[in-house]
Design a protein around this ligand. Structure first.
Ligand code: HEC
Length: 173
């Protein structure tokens, strides 16, 4: 009897440990929301009219693929179509995961990188405008025809966020 219980306990511990190992490797873990952006990034939002704008997306693509500047080649890790080619980079086509990021959180990650990973800070190589363009492009992998609503704090279908000021309204940005 006692031996049996012990074996079971060891079994459970082994399973838990295995579970941890799997989650430590990344992909098997259910997506967890990233931490909130630091205060200096909390109020950074996609410029009006950038989401799903073909011209902006084309410029973002040129940055992402290194066509604009060979020193900035997001595709070398994140893949040309958002499917990662380097270990550790997440799949940008994973809508459920990518939805957990607000526009500010993406901007923060691209600007400052992610400590302890291969993702470095790009703020010295890309202007704010260029960072937004590359983000607008990146969103087309898993969040095509969506935009982030600052007011609703979630991703909504393109053109429905209502964040853009009305023609007669004043801009808050
Ligand atoms: C040398 C490889 C490499 C390059 C080049 C690279 N990244 Fe990353 N990136 C990573 C890795 C690895 C992570 C995952 C960090 C983590 O664990 O959260 C990451 C994370 C991200 C994230 C946060 C989402 C997430 O999964 O945590 C964004 C957004 C991002 N990268 C965008 C970009 C953009 C835009 C560029 C180009 C300007 C770029 N990356 C260039 C490796 C890279």
């Amino acid at each position: 009897m006692k031996k049996d219980t012990c074996r079971k306990t060891v079994g459970v511990i082994a399973m838990v440990a295995m579970g941890w190992t799997v989650s430590a490797c990344g992909e098997a873990k259910p997506p967890a929301p990233p931490p909130p952006p630091p205060p200096e990034y909390a109020d950074k939002h996609m410029p009006d009219g950038y989401w799903n704008n073909p011209d902006i997306i084309a410029e973002g693509k040129a940055i992402y693929t290194g066509a604009e500047n060979i020193d900035v080649n997001c595709a070398s890790c994140h893949g040309k179509d958002g499917k990662p080619v380097k270990a550790g980079a997440r799949d940008f086509r994973g809508t459920e995961h990518m939805k957990l990021f607000s526009d500010s959180q993406w901007f923060w990650r691209v600007s400052e990188g992610v400590k302890g990973t291969k993702m470095k800070a790009w703020k010295s190589k890309l202007s704010e405008d260029e960072r937004w363009k590359v983000i607008a492009y990146e969103a087309t992998f898993g969040l095509k025809d969506m935009e982030y609503s600052v007011a609703k704090k979630q991703w909504v279908p393109a053109g429905t966020s209502g964040d853009a000021p009305a023609a007669s309204g004043e801009s808050s940005k």
